[in-house]
Design a protein around this ligand. Structure first.
Ligand SMILES: [Zn+2]
Ligand SMILES: [Zn+2]
Length: 121
């Protein structure tokens, strides 16, 4: 007798549909929630899933953003059927901050200018 074990990663599109404005290209289109998980199986039967992550993907331009784990789990259990725009933080280029005092430019999330120490706006 031998035991066949294996593991891998799978993607599943959750049963969720909502039209919202894309944070990337500003078109109104459907957002899909994709669950990515790792699984472990024995005799080709998936035994358990772990390391679940949730992503929102816009159907217009395919831009994705990672969803909060709790939020994703609630969507999976159908406790939530609507998302707020604020739940989706599509990665955009970070805005540059500019120091009003010395002109130093940074994309980092500094609160104070690393060059002259004044507060960045
Ligand atoms: Zn888009
Ligand atoms: Zn400065």
């Amino acid at each position: 007798m031998f035991i066949i074990m294996g593991s891998g990663q799978k993607e599943k599109i959750l049963d969720f549909e909502q039209v919202m404005q894309c944070g990337n290209c500003s078109t109104f289109s459907t957002v899909q929630i994709i669950m990515v998980y790792s699984y472990f199986m024995l005799f080709f039967i998936p035994l358990f899933k772990w390391n679940k992550r949730y992503y929102a993907q816009m159907t217009c331009c395919g831009s994705t953003c990672e969803l909060d784990k709790e939020l994703g789990a609630k969507i999976e259990r159908k406790e939530i059927t609507r998302l707020e725009v604020s739940d989706l933080a599509f990665k955009k280029g970070r805005e540059e901050k500019c120091c009003m005092h010395c002109g130093y430019m940074t994309k980092e999330d500094f609160e104070y200018c690393p060059k002259c120490g004044n507060k960045l706006i």
